[in-house]
Design a protein around this ligand. Structure first.
Ligand code: THU
Length: 141
C-alpha cells in the first residue's frame, strides 16, 4: 500500500530489492569496534539508488551511521530530493533488526517525503512521519 504512493519511476514497489542493496553495503561497513555492520539504501526522487554504511572511528563519537552516510553521499552526488524510500539492514543484528537512531531520524525527516516508506530489515515498514513525529523544525518568527 505504501509503495503505491511513491512517485519515483524505478524501484517503486520494490522495497525488497532495496533491502538487498542495504544488506550488500552493510557487508562493506567499517565497524571494528562494535562489530555491528549496518547498511542503508535510498531511492531518490528520480528513482536512482544511493547507498551508505556505518564508518566507525577509534574516537568513538566520530562514527557516522549508515543512514546518514547514504543521505550525505546522495546529496554530494546531486541526487534529486525529496528522497522517496529508504531501506536499512544490519547484518549482525538479532531478529528485531536495527531501527534508525534518533539522530538519523532527524536527518531523514529533512530529506525524505513524509510518506516515504522506511523498510527496516527484520522489523517492518514505517513511514518517515511515523518514525519521527513532531520532528524539530526551525521556524523562526
Ligand atoms: N548505527 C548505524 O549505522 N545506524 C543506526 O541507526 C544506529 C547505529 C551504527 C553506528 C555504530 O557504528 C554501530 O551501529 C553501533 O552503534
Amino acid at each position: 500500500m505504501l509503495q503505491a504512493t511513491l512517485s519515483a519511476p524505478t524501484l517503486v514497489g520494490d522495497l525488497d530489492a532495496l533491502i538487498v542493496r542495504a544488506r550488500e553495503v552493510a557487508s562493506r561497513a567499517y565497524a571494528p569496534y562494535s562489530h555491528f555492520r549496518v547498511g542503508a539504501a535510498l531511492v531518490d526522487a528520480q528513482g536512482a539508488v544511493h547507498v551508505g554504511c556505518n564508518v566507525e572511528n577509534a574516537s568513538y563519537g566520530l562514527t557516522v551511521c549508515a543512514e546518514r552516510n547514504a543521505i550525505f553521499g546522495a546529496i554530494a552526488a546531486s541526487a534529486a530530493r525529496p528522497f522517496a524510500a529508504l531501506a536499512v539492514s544490519c547484518v549482525d543484528a538479532t531478529e528485531g533488526g536495527c531501527s534508525p537512531c534518533g539522530a538519523c531520524r532527524q536527518v531523514i525527516v529533512e530529506h525524505f517525503r513524509g510518506d516515504a516508506p522506511v523498510q527496516v530489515d527484520g522489523l517492518g515498514c514505517f513511514t518517515v512521519s511515523e518514525l519521527l513525529p513532531h520532528s524539530f523544525q526551525m521556524e523562526r518568527a
